[in-house]
Write a protein that binds this ligand. Structure first.
Ligand SMILES: [Fe+2]
Ligand SMILES: [Fe+2]
Length: 180
């Protein structure tokens, strides 16, 4: 079991990296074939919305960064935290644009392929850099601001946060069909 909250956040980075690798392979397929698989792109969008953003950035921003903001954080680390939040906004915007371009592509607008390709490339380029910044330059120095007890409480909050995620995800799925 993880003793520290940065454990689960770093483990989630490893899954995000695997999705990024799959997207890199999709970019190669697009290059070879001149077409993309909209079902794959839709899965990638769902991964980044539900897992990357709500589950992962959610724990970072709504729990870890929230608690860190109350500490007397060294200015360099505070600046990095602000950059990380801006980077999450950037990623969210790219994923939203990818979803829209993919919907157009799936409904027959083949012109949307160029946009899909460039958005996939943006995300493939962005995430490894963002993750490295957190893993190598942010999580280790910032966890020092928390006592063992604070870390244990935060881990428990992470678990509660994750536990409601699957329910909220599928409530959203059902609600979407109720609106149709
Ligand atoms: Fe992040
Ligand atoms: Fe992260």
């Amino acid at each position: 079991m993880d003793m520290k909250p940065i454990g689960p956040m770093m483990r989630e980075h490893r899954l995000i990296e695997r999705m990024i690798a799959a997207m890199r392979r999709e970019l190669e397929r697009i290059d070879d074939s001149g077409e993309t698989d909209p079902v794959f792109v839709e899965s990638a969008v769902d991964f980044f919305r539900t897992y990357g953003d709500r589950t992962h950035h959610g724990k970072e921003e709504e729990i870890y960064f929230r608690d860190l903001a109350n500490k007397d954080l060294e200015p360099g680390l505070r600046k990095t935290m602000e950059e990380l939040i801006e980077e999450h906004v950037y990623a969210r915007g790219k994923v939203r644009a990818l979803r829209e371009a993919n919907e157009r592509y799936a409904s027959g607008e083949r012109d949307a392929l160029g946009e899909i390709t460039s958005l996939l490339a943006d995300l493939v380029e962005f995430y490894p850099v963002h993750i490295e910044k957190e893993d190598k330059r942010f999580f280790f120095p910032t966890q020092e601001y928390f006592s063992r007890e604070e870390q244990a409480l935060m881990l428990a909050e992470f678990e509660r946060f994750d536990a409601q995620m699957i329910h909220s995800k599928y409530m959203e799925v059902v609600s979407r069909y109720e609106e149709l």
